[in-house]
Design a protein around this ligand. Structure first.
Ligand code: 5GP
Length: 205
């Protein structure tokens, strides 16, 4: 039986509150969270190695050249990438790993890890996305507009996700995402167990 951890991708439009949802999933249910590398400047209160590994473009390029990322993507004016070693080691150790990444990266992960579970978290409508993003006060109007344009592009790909979860009520959203993960993981494990069993039975005939 395959004891590797389960890979979970959580994406969402900017302003959908997915960062908070993921943080809660990690705190309450002990998922392992992959910390990405980015060339974006830290926001107030963000720390290197906690929210992101903050890199220069040259450092980021170097990581690409050395196959250091499972996936990377350009988002608005910056690069973001998922460090390979951490994710591979955690999964080998049987831990369930969450990647909080945008849509292009998610599609790339799906190609490499067909068993990964892809969940898209969104606000109930476009107006609340924009007001949450503006209310956060971390981005300039120009960046907010670019992020909203990017959300419109991303909406073309969200049917590729396994689940779309509306983050209207945070508590409910966290519980829903957790139960989606638990049931999909056990379904997958049961399938793998059965496949192992029937394989050895058939080969023994
Ligand atoms: P933010 O600048 O708001 O922290 O992140 C911008 C977008 O980049 C979000 O949609 C976030 O999920 C995504 N992102 C963060 N890390 C990664 C990563 O490693 N790879 C990809 N493809 N996207 C990421």
């Amino acid at each position: 039986m395959n004891k590797d951890g389960f890979l979970i991708v959580v994406s969402g439009f900017s302003g959908a509150g997915k960062g908070t949802v993921v943080k809660r999933l990690v705190e309450e249910y002990g998922y392992s969270l992959s910390i990405s590398a980015t060339t974006r400047a830290p926001r107030d209160g963000e720390e290197d190695g906690r929210e992101y590994y903050f890199k220069t473009v040259a450092e980021f390029q170097n990581l690409i050249d050395y196959n250091g990322f499972i996936e990377w993507a350009q988002y608005v004016d910056n690069y973001y990438g998922t460090p390979r070693k951490f994710v591979e080691n955690e999964m080998k150790a049987g831990k369930d790993v969450i990647l909080e990444i945008e849509v292009q990266g998610a599609m790339n992960v799906r190609k490499q890890y067909p068993n990964a579970l892809l969940i898209f978290v969104t606000a109930p409508d476009a107006a609340s996305l924009k007001s949450r993003l503006a209310g956060r006060g971390t981005e300039t109007d120009e960046v907010i507009n670019k992020r909203m344009k990017r959300a419109a592009q991303e909406s073309d790909d969200i049917d590729a996700y396994d689940y779309i979860v509306i983050n209207d009520d945070l508590e409910e959203c966290v519980k829903t995402v957790h139960s989606i993960i638990v049931s999909n993981k056990s379904l997958r494990e049961n399938n793998l167990e059965f496949i192992d069993k029937i394989k050895s039975e058939l080969k023994g005939l």
